[in-house]
Unconditional design. Structure first.
Length: 984
């Protein structure tokens, strides 16, 4: 491909840009200049070296590339204050531009007209850099005096405790070649306006009866700057053009009035959205105040219920409220300037019964373009894709978020779970190019990727290899879908450091067992999977992606090194997590089995046995997966890669809670944070999380339809559709950087007719089970194949509502007794020194992070040692010594879901022999789940006569370190032994 630039402002030289079919990018001979205009046209050359005609000529502009190219400087401004700049203009305007960056949130008005009223500016990013967006304001400039008003809100920047900052300028170009600019630094007046409260998550309040009044202010002092700020005191000199799509109002919806309860009007949007409500009041009393509250549930009395959106530190405060004081004038428009909410329902209080209002609900999110359309004859697939698209859009506001309600935070784990679905459904080129920059600047000096990125905070969120897997998955996805070598070159150093960091988390057993944290042993799963299993799998994934990218950029030896490191982890993982004799992998959970398959730790007959166990467990649960945010992607992919897509579809077709099928059957049209709906869940009860349902949408695109890019920029892709009962027709159309790819198939009795369109410059590997692989070049292809699909399995209805918690089975590697605790309770053989013991016959139900619970009695142990010199433990005495000569290990299950000390602690288990010998073992504790501490006994001399065990906590740090307001405490569940190999 050859491109030719036109003259630059009528003066510059033309230059040529050359490209090649191997990648869809054209590189200029000379770097473009900042603050300039360009024209270009395009022609192409075919395989016979024949040139096409020139295209039409197009025009474009560049903004500032360096901080020194701005005509203004950073300036701090108190939140909610209005700063006004006045400037004269005489002459004809050829074009005028507003360039806007901020640390905080910014709204700009020119001559009384809001320029970015329906947008959220700027895009969120790390504090070491800023992003600017450009607006065309040509039509707003007038002859004479022009006024620019700038209003800032703190937003997330409020966590810094400093005023927000703005970098904004208006540049006007006259038709006579003149150019003039004015910036926020030039403001000569300040005052108050209608915005009186802008508190994130809680309330935005407008008082339209307040007229703007201004007073003169002294010349502004520029904020201090640094090339790479190390604190919030300095503004960054790195200010880049925002390459992502704008975050703005996108789709207008008409809510339905469902209740009027004592003057409170309750509306239903019909689907969960992230958005803004707009109220136009046609008649109201001057000074009347209306309050809108937004939420995902209605209470029993029909009012909006925000219980599920609250957090403990809210202290009863209502979330997601907007308030407006009315002028009484007809047609007053009330809508937020800075906030957005996540909701299906909202209510309006404060209107008189005769007040006439027009109500609109706007979706508000980053305006991503959908690139794929998937149509089948299956209603489950249709609902799956609708919910996937809506949920994902609700959770993109310049960064990928966890939810649009409770946190609006850039938790990386959600993206790590659904990366494939995002790339396959939307044009993520600019959005993820921008976010990869956030991940790079958020990376810690030791190479770790924080679990939230970006994050405006003094402290970053502890890294989890599963959450941080977003880095490698987004980078490899960007490479496969768009083939941008520059993005790879920019991000490879960060990926290398991330891989090296994970390798420092290897324990003596060779697996990734020393990570800082694990979020929930598989966050919100119905059955836990041991964290080292997750972490080792994530590290293998990272190393394999890194190996592929090193090879792509020509670093062959580095690629081999990373491949070898991944194999070392596989070998170590198999040695620790797998029992060749019993076929048990880790604790036997679905997540564990899937990880064994996907990581390559299990191969051959061992993999086949694990696959059968995985399918059997899913079927045994009534066609349900039991995994959570960390492992659901792995479970779905493990099934699909082994031709078990029928199982996946059957899971989608199971309509009862808990399960993804329930999300398709009922609810607000989005995916949920948990596998079930609980309006009273304060902390994990969101109905707008993409992490659990998203992997199934990724399956529909990449495995049911079978379209997967496997080389840079869609130059080579696979088409490997999997035929299932229940889907007889499928149509997938995807827009790629090389053109449109189409995959269609129709079943006709025992045959299927498949058609495939391959764009110019690409090749496709068509892979059909039982038919081998064939490579197809560009063009349209039609193929007839025999129909082959598995049989459906329809789960029976339970006829009773499900309530948490789910019950965890005894770990698959336990073949001995697991009831020592209950026996000790019955025999009054359990005691502790300086502790309070509470017997919990019904077990526990931990909230707000529900996780699988052990069946049977639990004992809560709280330290009563006022000196806090010794951590709490309990002792179980055996009236008759236990012979453990046939045992492999003794174990105890410990949970920390209760208020606790802040001191560093670990688990301990000590075995007491009749011969006076003792055997002490310790283990690290992971939050939000049951932990297991294990003592191996084959080499312990006292194993033939075990007379007592002591189990509990052990302090690992100084007595003054993080003690906090609570005593050390734990909850003790199963205690027992096993005669087989320990596999976790």
């Amino acid at each position: 491909m050859t491109l030719e630039t036109g003259p630059v402002n009528g003066e510059g030289e033309a230059q040529h840009l050359s490209g090649h079919t191997s990648h869809p990018f054209a590189i200029p001979e000379k770097p473009l200049r900042g603050n300039d205009c360009y024209r270009w046209r395009v022609r192409t050359r075919d395989e016979d070296d024949v040139w096409s005609p020139w295209s039409a000529t197009y025009a474009g502009e560049t903004g500032p590339f360096e901080y020194t190219e701005w005509h203004t400087q950073w300036v701090a401004q108190p939140a909610l204050e209005v700063r006004r700049t006045e400037f004269p203009w005489a002459g004809v305007v050829e074009r005028a531009r507003l360039r806007l960056a901020a640390q905080g949130l910014a709204r700009v008005e020119l001559n009384g007209t809001p320029i970015n009223a329906e947008s959220t500016d700027p895009s969120r990013t790390d504090f070491v850099r800023a992003l600017y967006r450009t607006y065309d304001v040509t039509d707003l400039v007038r002859t004479g005096i022009n006024t620019v008003d700038v209003i800032l809100a703190s937003g997330e920047w409020g966590r810094t405790g400093t005023d927000p900052r703005v970098l904004a300028e208006i540049i006007i170009y006259g038709d006579d070649g003149s150019c003039a600019g004015w910036g926020a630094m030039d403001a000569g007046m300040a005052g108050i306006g209608e915005l009186t409260i802008a508190e994130p998550f809680y309330c935005e309040r407008h008082d339209a009866t307040l007229e703007r009044s201004f007073h003169s202010i002294p010349p502004a002092i520029a904020a201090p700057v640094a090339d790479y700020p190390t604190s919030f005191a300095d503004a960054p000199t790195r200010v880049d053009a925002d390459c992502s799509e704008p975050t703005r109002n996108v789709l207008a919806l008409s809510p339905r009035l469902v209740e009027n309860i004592n003057g409170v009007r309750v509306y239903d949007v019909g689907v969960n959205i992230a958005g803004r409500t707009e109220i136009v009041v046609d008649s109201a009393n001057a000074g009347a105040e209306i309050t809108l509250v937004h939420g995902e549930h209605l209470s029993a009395d029909g009012r909006v219920d925000t219980t599920s959106l609250t957090l403990p530190f809210d202290l009863g405060r209502v979330r997601q409220a907007t308030q407006y004081v009315l002028t009484g004038a007809s047609g007053q428009r009330c809508t937020p300037w800075f906030s957005y909410q996540g909701f299906r329902y909202f209510e309006i209080a404060g209107l008189t019964n005769d007040a006439v209002v027009t109500v609109t609900a706007w979706t508000h999110h980053t305006d991503l373009t959908i690139i794929s359309a998937l149509e089948t004859n299956s209603p489950q697939i249709a609902r799956l894709m609708q919910r996937a698209e809506r949920t994902l859009l609700n959770n993109v506001h310049s960064i990928p978020e966890d939810c649009p309600t409770r946190e609006q935070a850039g938790w990386t784990g959600d993206t790590a779970s659904v990366t494939e679905m995002e790339f396959a459904t939307f044009n993520m080129e600019g959005f993820f190019r921008k976010w990869l920059g956030d991940l790079r600047t958020s990376q810690r000096p030791d190479g770790a990727i924080p679990a939230i990125a970006p994050q405006i905070s003094e402290h970053n969120t502890a890294p989890d290899p599963v959450w941080g897997a977003a880095l490698q998955r987004v980078l490899i996805g960007h490479w496969h879908y768009y083939g941008d070598r520059a993005v790879v070159n920019e991000t490879l150093p960060a990926l290398r450091r991330w891989a090296d960091y994970q390798l420092t988390c290897r324990g003596h057993d060779g697996v990734i067992s020393m990570s800082t944290i694990s979020y929930g042993h598989d966050w919100l799963s119905l059955e836990q999977t041991p964290p080292p299993v997750h972490h080792t799998n994530a590290a293998i994934d990272c190393l394999l992606v890194l190996a592929e990218l090193e090879d792509a950029v020509g670093n062959r030896q580095q690629s081999k090194t990373r491949t070898a490191q991944a194999e070392e982890l596989r070998v170590a993982g198999r040695a620790l997590f797998y029992d060749d004799e019993t076929g048990v992998f880790a604790n036997g959970s679905q997540g564990s089995l899937a990880i064994g398959l996907e990581s390559g730790m299990l191969t051959g007959d061992d993999a086949t046995r694990a696959l059968h166990a995985l399918v059997a467990d899913i079927r045994g649960r009534g066609n349900r997966v039991s995994s959570g945010f960390a492992a659901t992607r792995t479970v779905v992919r493990a099934l699909a890669r082994r031709s078990q897509s029928q199982v996946v579809l059957d899971v989608l077709s199971q309509p009862e809670e808990p399960g993804v099928g329930a999300m398709l059957d009922h609810g607000p049209g989005t995916f949920w944070e948990c596998w079930w709906i609980d309006p009273n869940n304060t902390g994990t009860g969101s109905l707008d999380h993409v992490g659990l349902g998203g992997p199934f949408a990724g399956w529909a695109l990449q495995f049911l339809a079978g379209l997967r890019p496997i080389a840079e920029g869609f130059s080579l892709f696979e088409v490997a559709p999997q035929f299932v009962e229940g889907v007889n027709q499928l149509r997938l159309t995807t827009h790629t950087v090389r053109g449109i790819v189409e995959v269609h198939y129709d079943r006709h009795g025992d045959e299927v007719e498949l058609s495939l369109t391959v764009p110019v410059g690409a090749e496709a590997n068509l892979i059909i089970a039982g038919a081998g692989k064939r490579t197809l070049t560009s063009g349209h292809h039609r193929i007839r194949l025999p129909w082959s699909a598995g049989s459906r399995s329809v789960a029976g209805a339970s006829h009773s509502p499900w309530t948490p918690p789910s019950l965890a089975p005894v770990s698959a590697d336990v073949t001995g007794e697991s009831n020592w605790l209950e026996s000790a309770i019955e025999g009054n053989a359990i005691s502790g020194k300086n502790v309070e013991l509470t017997l919990l016959r019904e077990g526990i139900n931990c909230m707000p992070v529900p996780h699988a619970q052990l069946s049977g009695t639990v004992i809560r142990v709280i330290s009563a040692d006022e000196t806090a010199a010794r951590a709490p433990t309990v002792q179980i005495d055996f009236p008759v010594a236990r012979d453990l000569t046939h045992a492999r290990f003794v174990y105890a299950m410990i949970d920390l879901c209760l208020e606790n000390t802040g001191r560093p602690i670990e688990m301990m288990l000590e075995l007491h022999g009749a011969d006076g010998t003792r055997h002490l073992s310790t283990g690290r504790i992971w939050p939000a789940g049951w932990n297991r501490v294990v003592a191996e006994v084959p080499d312990w001399p006292g194993r033939s006569e075990l007379v007592a065990i002591e189990v509990g906590l052990k302090f690992t740090g100084p007595s003054h370190e993080g003690s906090g307001a609570y005593p050390a405490a734990f909850q003790l569940g199963q205690v027992g032994y096993s005669t087989t190999k320990r596999t976790w």
